[in-house]
Design a protein. Structure first.
Length: 295
């Protein structure tokens, strides 16, 4: 019998026992905690803790448009999620602080014979704080089983931009939609409770993601969530003109902000989300986005 929900499916995967790991194996349960605070009017990374496979750079102050913003890169020597991996990330932005968190490379979700890989991300932004959480794309290899759960808590006056790009395989190898299942969900909460929730559940063997009304003829899916005082029309106009991706913007429930979604080739989707990021940043903090985050 088919699972009644994505959560049921992943509970079934979790019951599949993994082969014994080699002596001294590390990295199956990775943990990262990062806390930013405003110190003398500038944002500093005041606390960080990381276990294998994660490493966190120190805060970098190289954003000319936002000199008070601190940028960090989450690094991993493997850059991958394997079967049985459980990774937990926590980012806290204190009152009045401004932070940009990204990854050094794409996250590859490897093929799996048993169990599944899971990444949980907890983001918290205090009053008048600002966070950009914009990791590089997630690439789903053949037979991958992936669950990504992100929670964002925002206080009064706080704002955040959270991005996600999902690539359904190693497209240069003509590997597309050969993964087993991919489920991602974002929950956003304000002082009064839940603001909105958005989930994507892709299970190619059960429901073709390329059917009309889902992804159609497109391969790559990108989403940008702008939480704060932003309007959908300017972002829609910006992304519609930015690239060849099929992209648009819509207002989020409870006046939470705007969601931008894009479909197309990887470069086009990334270009659309970068354009939306720039437009949202100008609205939220009055500064343009840098042309290339990794430069």
């Amino acid at each position: 019998m088919a699972a009644t929900s994505p959560q049921d499916a992943f509970e079934a995967y979790a019951a599949e026992r993994l082969p014994p790991a080699a002596d001294g194996a590390v990295g199956k349960e990775g943990r990262l905690d990062a806390t930013f605070a405003s110190v003398g009017g500038e944002t500093r990374l005041v606390q960080d803790y990381a276990t294998v496979p994660f490493h966190l750079t120190g805060g970098l102050d190289h954003d000319e448009a936002m000199p008070d913003l601190s940028t960090v890169y989450l690094q991993s020597p493997t850059g991958a999620v394997a079967q049985g991996d459980r990774h937990d990330l926590s980012v806290t932005v204190g009152e009045g602080a401004q932070a940009h968190v990204t990854t050094g490379n794409a996250t590859k979700v490897h093929g799996m014979e048993r169990n599944y890989g899971r990444v949980d991300v907890a983001l918290s932004v205090a009053e008048d704080g600002y966070l950009e959480y914009l990791p590089e794309p997630t690439i789903l290899h053949a037979d991958a089983r992936y669950r990504g759960e992100t929670t964002l808590s925002v206080a009064d006056g706080a704002s955040a931009i959270v991005g996600e790009v999902v690539v359904p395989g190693r497209l240069a190898r003509d590997e597309a939609f050969e993964f087993e299942r991919a489920y991602t969900r974002l929950q956003v909460r304000g002082p009064e409770g839940l603001l909105f929730e958005d989930a994507t559940d892709l299970h190619p063997a059960e429901r073709d993601p390329r059917r009309p009304g889902v992804m159609g003829d497109h391969d790559v899916l990108g989403t940008l969530y702008v939480v704060g005082d932003a309007a959908s029309d300017p972002l829609h106009e910006r992304v519609a003109d930015a690239t060849t991706a099929r992209a648009g913007a819509t207002a989020l429930p409870n006046d939470a902000g705007v969601m931008v979604r894009a479909l197309g080739e990887r470069a086009a989707v990334s270009g659309a989300l970068d354009a939306a990021w720039d437009a949202a940043r100008r609205t939220l903090v009055g500064a343009p986005a840098p042309e290339r985050r990794k430069d």
